[in-house]
Design a protein around this ligand. Structure first.
Ligand code: HEM
Ligand SMILES: *[C@@H]1O[C@H](CO)[C@@H](O)[C@H](O)[C@H]1NC(C)=O
Ligand SMILES: *[C@@H]1O[C@H](CO)[C@@H](O)[C@H](O)[C@H]1NC(C)=O
Length: 475
């Protein structure tokens, strides 16, 4: 036997041995039912092909029917327990930092920056998470953020005429809002240039799983450096300014600098980037999809229009929206909840088990991933009647008895609950208010937005807008 064939032979023997060992080890544990697929690639190809089709549910539906609400699969190089069980999802979310921890691929960490809130663990995460929550709580929104949210949304809508790419416009609005909230800059050439670089960074997030071969990823890393440089300059300027004159700006950067912690420039920049990243695709997608769902549900649109026209009729032309106006948007909140339920922008979250975990009579082995699927719960007819149709009225008379908290989790929960949950709701409500009272619209082309979009909605959703007669320019 040549040395080459014997090498080959030993490799094959070792591989077979490893597979057997894996089988043996897993059989001793009581894993949830399911299939690990082929060695190494597992069921990744099935998952990807399902998500490339217009309706990604087959992957999930088929396995849920076959194995039940918790099953084992093997995707992106790792054995993974998929959960569509509300109680198990709650358990996973609540035990973040104890039995589970979040884990992102290295390619993502490089783009986020090592001081990003999304990557922090333990006590540091706890502290920074509550600081972030305090930047966007309802008091801050009411006293500071609402005015700018309303003003910047109007500024954008007033420039629309005829055909607009709704998704693109929503992204522009979202970015401008975040920059304003972070560092008080109004949109101008500087913010628009920053956004151009920033968009390249975002594209880098979607180049998994082979970043090193991807020009998009390399371009994203370069763009990240540029964005970080620009933000670093802002931070330095502000440090100088806040030393010389006492009246600091009331934005998130100001709050960070005044928090009493000695953050480095790099830490602050990573922190700001995390907020820009986390709110961007999410908020803009929800704005676009709300309009899409409403377009397809004329009864809901009519009821919403009535609610908002009534709010407008009570205030002077061009008057800014007040907190009490927001609080009177009752049906709007049903629309917001239903849009978040149907759209599932964050379809679920990955965590890694830090120890062997026994739950529901199963074992999740240490080091395995768990995917707590929000989408699977939100679209389960046992939890929501006629779950795959848009029905905002289901939220009327809502009480915790009808929809238990662990069943509806568009913003996650536990120690990593989305700090932007309230802000996102306010932004969407204000956007709907202005959009509906200023315009009437129709989809521009045959509407090709996928029914259950994945996070990255490639479709830009073109619409034709027309100013409603009774509305006059606001600014
Ligand atoms: C509709 C819009 C949004 C949705 C559906 C959404 C959803 C989520 C979800 C599910 C998580 C939990 C991730 C996990 O547990 O690993 C999360 C985390 C986060 N979100 Fe949001 N989000 C939205 C908007 C925003 C906005 C506007 C901001 C900016 C203020 C924001 C900032 C964050 C941050 C910083 C985290 C990380 C928290 C941590 O790891 O401790 N999100 N979001
Ligand atoms: C919308 O969902 C939230 C939970 O995220 C709930 O607290 C609220 O009551 C719901 N609103 C309506 C109108 O049902
Ligand atoms: C909510 O309650 C009102 C009055 O109690 C009732 O008329 C309406 O049908 C209820 N809506 C739903 C969706 O249950």
């Amino acid at each position: 036997m040549s040395s080459f064939t014997s090498l080959l032979f030993s490799c094959a023997a070792i591989a077979a041995f490893l597979i057997l060992l894996r089988r043996w080890r897993y059989r001793r544990l009581r894993l949830p039912p399911g299939s690990l697929g082929l060695p190494f690639i597992g069921e990744t190809l099935q998952l990807i092909s399902a998500y490339k089709s217009d309706n990604p549910e087959p992957f999930m539906d088929r396995r849920l029917n076959r194995y039940g609400l918790v099953f084992t699969t093997h995707v992106f190089g790792e054995p993974t327990v998929f959960s569509a069980e509300p109680e198990m999802n709650r358990f996973v979310l609540a035990n973040e930092g104890k039995l589970f921890e979040c884990s992102y691929p290295g390619s993502i960490s490089n783009l986020l920056g090592k001081h990003s809130l999304l990557l922090m663990k333990g006590n540091l995460h706890k502290k920074m998470h509550s600081l972030t929550m305090s930047f966007a709580n309802s008091w801050i929104i009411k006293d500071h953020l609402l005015v700018d949210v309303d003003r910047l949304i109007r500024l954008n809508l007033d420039s629309w005429s005829d055909r607009v790419l709704l998704m693109e416009e929503a992204k522009k609005i979202t970015f401008e809002l975040t920059v304003k909230q972070l560092m008080s800059f109004d949109p101008d050439e500087w913010t628009e240039n920053l956004r151009k670089e920033y968009v390249l960074v975002i594209e880098g997030f979607f180049t998994l799983p082979f970043p090193l071969f991807s020009p998009t990823y390399r371009r994203a890393i370069k763009a990240r450096t540029k964005v970080a440089e620009a933000l670093t300059l802002v931070v330095r300027e502000r440090r100088k300014g806040s030393e010389s004159d006492g009246n600091r700006k009331k934005d998130m950067l100001g709050a960070l600098l005044a928090s009493g912690e000695q953050f480095s420039d790099e830490e602050i920049v990573d922190f700001m980037l995390a907020l820009l990243v986390a709110g961007y695709e999410t908020t803009s997608t929800i704005m676009t999809l709300a309009v899409k769902f409403l377009t397809e549900t004329p009864l809901a649109l009519a009821q919403l229009k009535e609610e908002h026209d009534q709010i407008r009729s009570k205030s002077k032309t061009g008057a800014p929206l007040e907190w009490s106006d927001y609080k009177s948007m009752i049906f709007t909140q049903c629309v917001v909840n239903e849009t978040l339920r149907m759209a599932n922008i964050i379809g679920g979250i990955f965590r890694r088990a830090t120890t062997d975990i026994n739950i529901n009579g199963y074992t999740i082995p240490k080091g395995w991933k768990v995917f707590a699927s929000f989408r699977a719960v939100h679209l389960n007819p046992n939890h929501f009647k006629d779950a795959r149709s848009f029905n905002p009225w289901r939220w009327q008379n809502n009480s915790e008895a009808t929809i238990p908290v662990n069943v509806y989790t568009p913003f996650g929960g536990g120690p990593r609950l989305c700090p932007g949950y309230e802000l996102a709701r306010v932004v969407l409500s204000v956007f709907l208010h202005r959009f509906i009272t200023i315009f009437s619209w129709v989809p521009a082309e045959e509407d090709r937005l996928v029914f259950f979009p994945t996070t990255r909605t490639q479709k830009r959703y073109p619409i034709i807008v027309k100013r409603r007669e009774e509305s006059s320019p606001c600014i």
